[in-house]
Design a protein around this ligand. Structure first.
Ligand SMILES: *[C@@H]1O[C@H](CO)[C@@H](O)[C@H](O)[C@H]1NC(C)=O
Ligand SMILES: *[C@@H]1O[C@H](CO)[C@@H](O)[C@H](O)[C@H]1NC(C)=O
Length: 245
C-alpha cells in the first residue's frame, strides 16, 4: 500500500514537471517569435527578395534601359501580368494637349520638341542624359470602337525631369511647361510590345476588362502610354497605365 502511494506520488511529480516544461517552452518559443518578427518586413510573394535600393537599380537597368526614370514602388502583382505601382513625386516637361488623328506623328513631333530641351534648348543651355519613358497622357471620353478612335482623343506628352537638375531651367520653346505627377500617383500597369496605332487599343480594351473582372476601380476618362525605346522598333516596349481611384 505504501509503495503504491509513492508510485502515485512519483507519477504526479513527473506529470507536473512535463506540464511545467511545456509551459516554459511555449513561453520561450513566444520569445523567439518576438525576437525574430521585427526584422522581417511583410513581403509580397516573390521568387526572391530585393532591398529598395537594389530594386531601384534593377528597374533602372532593365525597365528603363539604363536611363533615368521616375521612381516607383510595386504595390501589388495581379494575374494577367498587371502590376500596381505607386510613383513618387516627379517633375515632367509637357507639351500642350493636342487633338490629331495621327497619333504616331503627334508623339514623334512632341518627342522632338522635348528632346530639344534636353539637348540644351533652355535658358541655361543645360544638357542632360537621356530619360525614360516618354509618357503620353491621353484623354478619351467616347468609346474606342468608333471608326477613327484616335481623332477623338487628346494627347499631352511628358518627359521626365531628373531631380539632379535642381530647379530646371525654363525651356526656350514657350509652349512647353512643367507639370508634377498627381500626389500619391497609383497606377495599374500593363506591358505590351507591338504597334501603337491599332495594337494598343486592343490591349487597352483587354486590360480594362481584366481590371473589371478583378473589380478594381480605375479612371475611365484617361490613360497613359509609356514608351521605353529599345535598340530597334521590335525591342520597343510600351506600358498602358490606368489610374487607381
Ligand atoms: C515648340 O513646341 C511645340 C509643342 O510641341 C511644337 O509644336 C513647336 O514646333 C515647338 N517650337 C519650336 C520652335 O521648336
Ligand atoms: C525621342 O527622340 C530621341 C532623339 O531624337 C530618340 O532617340 C528617341 O528614341 C525618341 N523617343 C521616342 C519614345 O520616340
Amino acid at each position: 500500500m505504501k509503495n503504491n502511494r509513492t508510485d502515485l506520488h512519483i507519477a504526479l511529480t513527473v506529470l507536473s514537471l512535463i506540464l511545467i516544461f511545456d509551459h516554459v517552452s511555449a513561453a520561450l518559443s513566444q520569445y523567439n517569435l518576438l525576437y525574430e518578427s521585427p526584422r522581417e518586413q511583410p513581403m509580397h510573394p516573390r521568387t526572391f527578395f530585393l532591398t529598395a535600393s537594389q530594386e531601384r537599380k534593377v528597374v533602372n537597368e532593365v525597365l528603363c534601359e539604363g536611363k533615368d526614370c521616375p521612381e516607383f514602388r510595386v504595390v501589388n502583382d495581379f494575374s494577367n501580368f498587371i502590376q500596381e505601382r505607386l510613383y513618387s513625386d516627379a517633375n515632367f516637361l509637357s507639351t500642350p494637349s493636342q487633338n490629331s488623328c495621327d497619333v504616331i506623328g503627334t508623339l514623334n513631333a512632341a518627342n522632338e520638341s522635348l528632346e530639344k530641351y534636353r539637348k540644351g534648348e533652355n535658358e541655361r543651355g543645360r544638357k542632360f542624359y537621356p530619360v525614360a519613358p516618354l509618357l503620353a497622357q491621353i484623354y478619351h471620353v467616347s468609346s474606342i470602337k468608333t471608326r477613327y478612335p484616335w481623332c477623338k482623343m487628346s494627347i499631352m506628352v511628358n518627359m521626365y525631369i531628373p531631380p539632379y537638375l535642381g530647379i530646371p531651367p525654363a525651356p526656350t520653346n514657350n509652349s512647353l511647361s512643367f507639370k508634377r505627377l498627381p500626389k500619391a500617383f497609383h497606377v495599374y500597369v500593363y506591358t505590351f510590345t507591338g504597334g501603337i496605332e491599332y495594337r494598343m487599343l486592343m490591349e487597352l480594351e483587354s486590360f480594362r476588362s481584366t481590371l473589371d473582372a478583378l473589380m478594381l476601380c480605375y479612371n475611365q476618362e484617361r490613360f497613359y502610354l509609356a514608351t521605353y525605346k529599345g535598340i530597334n522598333e521590335v525591342e520597343d516596349r510600351h506600358e498602358i497605365w490606368l489610374e487607381h481611384c
